[in-house]
Design a protein around this ligand. Sequence first.
Ligand code: LMR
Length: 332
Amino acid sequence: MRFIVAAVSAAALALGLSAAAEAQTPIKIKFSHVVAESTPKGQGALLFKQEAEKRLPGKVVVEVYPNSSLFGDAKEMEALALGDVQIIAPSLSKFDKFTKKLQLFDLPFLFDDIQAIDRFQKTKLGQSLLEDSIKAKGYKGLAYWHNGMKQMSATRALRAPADAKGLKFRVQPSNVLLAQFQAVGANPQKMAFAEVYQALQVGTVDGQENTWSNIYSQKFHEVQKYITETNHGVVDYIVVANTQFWEKLPPDIRKALDAVMAEVTVKTNKTADEFNEADKKKIIAAKTSEIITLTKDQQAQWRKAMEPVYKQFEGEIGKDLIQAALASNKGS
Ligand code: LMR
């Protein structure tokens, strides 16, 4: 009897101690991403850290790992599933393996601008894509974050679609993006973001597509003679957590973090365009590349050349989604 009492009180003591230790040990959230800190996503991650730690002092610590310094494109999804990192924010093009629906966002010339994508993402359909499309895989979509419209850079001046013929383009791991470049007779290849600069420098690929902020912060303009302002697609993100981790957070902490995420999302998405505009100006000032602006007619030629991609993928994506996304462009 005495033994049982002693054992019970030892257990109670241990429990009490571990509860006390738990109360003192802040929850650590590792937030890993692949871009520079000076980009919309880089700034968003830092703002999340700042606000979360301010709101939950001693309870939460956020460690931000930019520039693929913890995990690159190829590993971050797996690392999230394993609990080696708690938040990542991959571009929508990187979810191909998990859901075909998100391929929607890669369709060329789908959205006129970031405001249109924002309008679409706020609809019921847009929200269900965020919440439901990756749920079954153990991932929790916390928010959409914007970067901006994509431009094309290459070793050759791209004015008409035929100018891309035979050029090797790096694309993100998305079959829609592969098909988009195949439609203009180019040779696309999937490659991790961290490898792009070197691949452009040594000529493994001749060109790539990205936002002004990614082009500037990765110095792609220093190794690409021409940049064409095509605005043909978007780079946008889902901030994603490991569902188990997020749902097991103490309710008060999760509630506070959800509120922080919502506020940071508003700020990040409001300022994304400004980052890209500022970086475009820096690229122009650097004078390393010729910046090509398309005429309306040239823009229409690119759109037409890439149009077959819609038919190719409408079965996987769903016509309803494509129609709803198109309807978010003003005037449509
Ligand atoms: C890319 O791989 O080109 C981009 O998606 C990188 C990023 O996260 O913006």
